[in-house]
Design a protein around this ligand. Structure first.
Ligand SMILES: Cc1cc2nc3c(=O)[nH]c(=O)nc-3n(C[C@H](O)[C@H](O)[C@H](O)COP(=O)(O)OP(=O)(O)OC[C@H]3O[C@@H](n4cnc5c(N)ncnc54)[C@H](O)[C@@H]3O)c2cc1C
Length: 382
């Protein structure tokens, strides 16, 4: 029987396995990471504000100190001396974590191994895979959004992001476009996200907060139309593409899977419901969990990825978004316009001070948010 089995080798599973190097003394036996993919590629781009330390900061490849939001022809440009918006390519993260794991004799990665189910059996877990059964004392569920997370609302952040090479050097690589709402709003909350990498290359994502993903061609043609309208670009080459459909639900629960079973990452509620950001929360959750394990000298429940109060505010915001999708472009724009940039960045990154929270609450529509909070109260208490 293995001591520990991690199911899913994505951001959280790999990060946890790599971090186990610092906690290897707590592993009595071997650890196994089961990953369904046979090979790792560059399947997603992680962006976040760089206000927290984590072990992979040196893998960040692009940074922006200025960002903007656009709505009804008006651009709100914000800047920070203190924090940068950072881009970290997943391919580099996979390579780095795998090389750290390979250096640890006690931890083994099995790729192409699809987990079909698991259940308590005897003093541990029985795990059924496409390659037979495994037994493990401790099990960690790290299959991202695969696990059921009690999504009551059913909103989804769905997008196609493309790496594009333009024929003309017309971009300002100093300013990231976080949300351009001057696009068709008839199919849900819709915006373009554009990170200029150089004067003639960019990562551009066509993003919706809506109920169901669409044919990829829809997003692609939206990106083309936006580039044409905003920059007059008629020709560009696609260097890469990614797709995401992230449930916008707050998933953290202290519920264990059963004795000796835990969930981390997306499966452990690390994805911020209102924004889809998770990378920093995942690194934070892993770091804090290993500290708890060291301190308690046993496998204990992973800590929440963010403070409960913040999760509660997120739920109110999400509830408002669900009820008033048409108002959201104005709400987001106002947040960026009226909050001090560093305060908003700390809030969005789950590290706000009390004064930051007060600023954000003041910028939000007071009556609508209060009603959203009251309406949602029965679901959130308990
Ligand atoms: C395209 C995209 C872009 C994103 N961009 C950002 C961003 O900019 N910033 C940010 O903070 N967050 C972003 N996110 C959200 C979040 O950071 C990621 O989803 C993150 O990868 C979640 O980590 P995870 O480990 O929980 O899940 P994942 O990284 O999805 O890992 C789950 C792993 O489980 C494996 N798996 C699934 N089923 C099985 C099975 N049956 N058996 C074995 N293995 C299995 C999968 O192959 C995968 O490797 C993005 C998400 C996507 C999809």
């Amino acid at each position: 029987m293995d001591e520990l089995t991690i199911i899913g080798g994505g951001c959280a599973g790999l990060g946890l396995a790599a971090a186990l190097s610092e906690a290897v003394e707590h592993l009595d036996g071997d650890a196994l990471l089961l990953e369904g993919r046979p090979h790792y590629g560059y399947d997603r781009t992680w962006c976040y504000w760089d206000l927290e330390e984590h072990p992979y900061r040196r893998l960040e490849r692009f940074h922006w100190r200025r960002w903007k939001v656009r709505y009804q022809g008006r651009e709100v440009v914000q800047a920070s001396e203190r924090y940068r918006y950072a881009l970290l390519p997943s391919g580099l993260y996979y390579r780095e974590t795998l090389s750290r794991i390979n250096a640890l004799a006690k931890i083994h990665v099995e790729r192409g191994c699809e987990v079909q189910g698991y259940a308590r059996e005897g003093k541990g877990w029985r795990i059924d895979t496409n390659r037979g059964h495994r037994h493990s004392k401790v099990l960690v569920e790290a299959r991202g959004t695969f696990a059921e997370r009690g999504d009551r609302r059913g909103l989804l952040q769905h997008f196609v992001g493309q790496y594009l090479h333009l024929s003309e050097p017309i971009l300002d690589p100093g300013v990231a476009t976080l949300m351009d709402f001057d696009v068709d709003q008839s199919r849900g909350i819709h915006f373009i996200y554009m990170l200029p990498l150089t004067h003639d290359s960019a990562y551009v994502a066509d993003t919706y907060f809506g109920h169901a993903a669409m044919e990829r061609e829809v997003y692609r043609s939206n990106i083309r139309a936006w580039l044409r309208e905003r920059y007059g670009v008629t020709r560009c080459d696609t260097d890469g593409e990614e797709f995401g459909a992230i449930p916008m639900s707050c998933g953290y629960s202290r519920r264990r899977l059963g004795r000796g079973g835990f969930a981390v990452g997306g499966a452990g509620g690390a994805i911020k419901a209102s924004s889809g950001y998770a990378f920093c929360a995942i690194q934070r959750q892993i770091g804090n969990w290993l500290n708890d394990i060291r301190r308690n000298q046993c496998w204990c429940v992973p800590p929440p990825p963010r403070a409960r109060g913040l999760e509660w505010l997120d739920r109110i915001f999400l509830s408002y978004m669900y009820q008033h999708p048409g108002r959201m472009p104005a709400v987001f724009t106002r947040l960026f316009e009226t909050c001090e940039p560093d305060a908003l960045v700390r809030f969005l990154s789950d590290r706000p001070t009390a004064a930051d929270v007060a600023q954000v609450i003041r910028a939000a529509p007071p009556l609508g948010m209060t009603l959203a909070a009251l309406r949602g109260l029965p679901c959130w208490v308990g």
